[in-house]
Design a protein around this ligand. Structure first.
Ligand SMILES: Nc1nc2c(ncn2[C@@H]2O[C@H](COP(=O)(O)OP(=O)(O)OP(=O)(O)O)[C@@H](O)[C@H]2O)c(=O)[nH]1
Ligand SMILES: [Mg+2]
Length: 409
């Protein structure tokens, strides 16, 4: 009898099937943090043009992108250079995503040069190798400037062509939400979301449960699924089922989105074997999630997993929702522009030549307008009556409360 005889079927298949790749400064930081936290059974790779940044990380697998092109420096915020740097290093990248790897996470900060330009090249290589390719990216804060936002937008558009799903972490939301924190602390919150998202998804894949959710389920839910959102909540005590669901639904990635439009849900419930989940709790969790998603979900699967690293009495609920239309899921925001901010944005979705000019010829001190970002049909469409995304009109929890008050649930 060998050691592997003790390992339940399926676990070996899952080992190190997942690679988490950080691209550019932000991506490398995020992956370094995940590496230091040590998620089980995943492999890490960092890629950057910036040699100093690479060398500072303890992650052993690193690729210096485009050493001939950038000589170990950054790209100076030039995505085209980032792209060419990745192309220069493509063969090396391919070596790292070969063999046993089945799922690749690509994480990067959008808006700079390396992450924005190189991440889509790496994603393309992964997708062409047949891997489930998941992007998790940050979106810049307003004060990084419109040009930066535009580059980030284009990077996300490009990346979405080569990924099965993209999760967007909006740094601005962290700024707004944690306004009292220092910049570093607010960034750290965004990083926490990045790592929660990666952890949530990869643990669903690697954990084998009593009722398991496995790689195939994740593939079904995430393959070509547009935008993915994930939230995790932990709780213990008498009301742990309700509290864990509510924490998951109000976790930063999920809280602003109306889950009503999600098509697919994966739910993973984890508990400690010494304080097993009650059937009534299982039912309550699924009922609460159903109330919050409004019945539009087509595919849903729930896994039950034992993990004795949870405290006794504690449970954790992870909700992974996909199938939002990217059109409907911008991290939209309203911003004000003064006349000084006249900016030309190329509407690349029209015929490649449309130009939207903000604030041209407008006299007066200030013009208010809202911009719908990441709308694939209407990039940066602009107008005072332009609606913010429908998604943000009512959050899942708010809708549940409303329906409850109206006696509908
Ligand atoms: N949340 C978070 N965002 C970050 C972090 N580092 C950078 N960013 C954001 O990520 C975006 C891209 O920045 P970088 O990752 O530094 O850029 P890069 O990809 O290295 O590109 P170049 O240096 O221009 O070649 C910017 O919007 C930053 O604000 C980080 O550690 N955490
Ligand atoms: Mg950099």
């Amino acid at each position: 009898m060998t050691v592997t005889d003790f390992i339940p079927e399926g676990i070996l298949d899952n080992m190190s099937n997942i690679k988490i790749i950080g691209v550019g400064g932000c991506g490398c930081n995020a992956v370094t943090r995940l590496y230091n936290e040590g998620i089980k059974d995943v492999e890490y790779l960092i890629c950057n043009t910036d040699r100093k940044n690479l060398m500072a990380s303890p992650v052993p697998d690193k690729i210096q992108l485009g050493s001939a092109l950038t000589s170990g420096l950054g790209t100076g915020m030039d995505p085209e250079k980032g792209r060419n740097a990745a192309l220069e290093s493509l063969e090396e990248i391919k070596k790292y995503i070969g063999d046993n790897i089945k799922v690749v996470f690509i994480t990067a900060g959008m808006g700079g040069g390396t992450g924005t330009g190189a991440a889509p090249v790496i994603a393309k290589a992964a997708k062409e190798a047949g891997l489930l390719t998941l992007g998790i990216v940050t979106y810049p804060t307003n004060n990084e400037g419109l040009e930066f936002l535009q580059k980030a937008y284009e990077g996300i558009e490009e990346l979405s062509r080569y990924t099965d799903s993209i999760t967007i972490v909006d740094n601005q939301k962290m700024y707004d939400y944690y306004g009292d924190l220092t910049i570093q602390e607010a960034y750290k919150k965004a990083d926490d979301i990045l790592s929660t998202a990666v952890k949530g998804i990869s643990e669903i894949i690697t954990s084998t449960g009593f009722i398991g959710v496995d790689l195939n389920d994740v593939k079904v839910v995430m393959r070509d699924s547009g935008m993915a959102l994930v939230g995790t909540g932990r709780a213990s005590g008498e009301n742990r089922a309700r509290e864990a669901v509510e924490k998951a639904l109000t976790s930063p990635l999920l809280k602003d989105f109306d889950l009503n439009t999600a098509k697919n849900l994966l739910i993973n419930i984890v508990y400690n074997n010494n304080s097993s989940l009650l059937a009534a709790e299982d039912t309550l969790i699924l009922d609460l999630i159903r109330e919050s998603t409004g019945g539009g979900v087509i595919k849903q699967k729930r896994g039950l997993t034992v993990d004795n690293s949870l405290e006794e009495g504690e449970i954790s609920v992870t909700i992974l929702a996909t199938g939002f239309k990217v059109n409907n899921t911008p991290p939209a925001r309203t911003r004000s522009y003064s006349n000084a901010d006249t900016v030309e944005l190329i509407d690349s979705t029209a015929d490649g030549s449309g130009t939207i000019t903000l604030s041209t010829g407008i006299t007066g001190d200030f013009q208010e307008g809202s911009i719908r970002e990441l709308d694939t049909r209407n990039i940066f469409s602009y107008g005072p009556d332009c609606n913010i995304s429908d998604m943000e009109n009512e959050t899942a929890l708010a809708r549940r409360e409303r329906l409850r008050k109206e006696g509908k649930i």
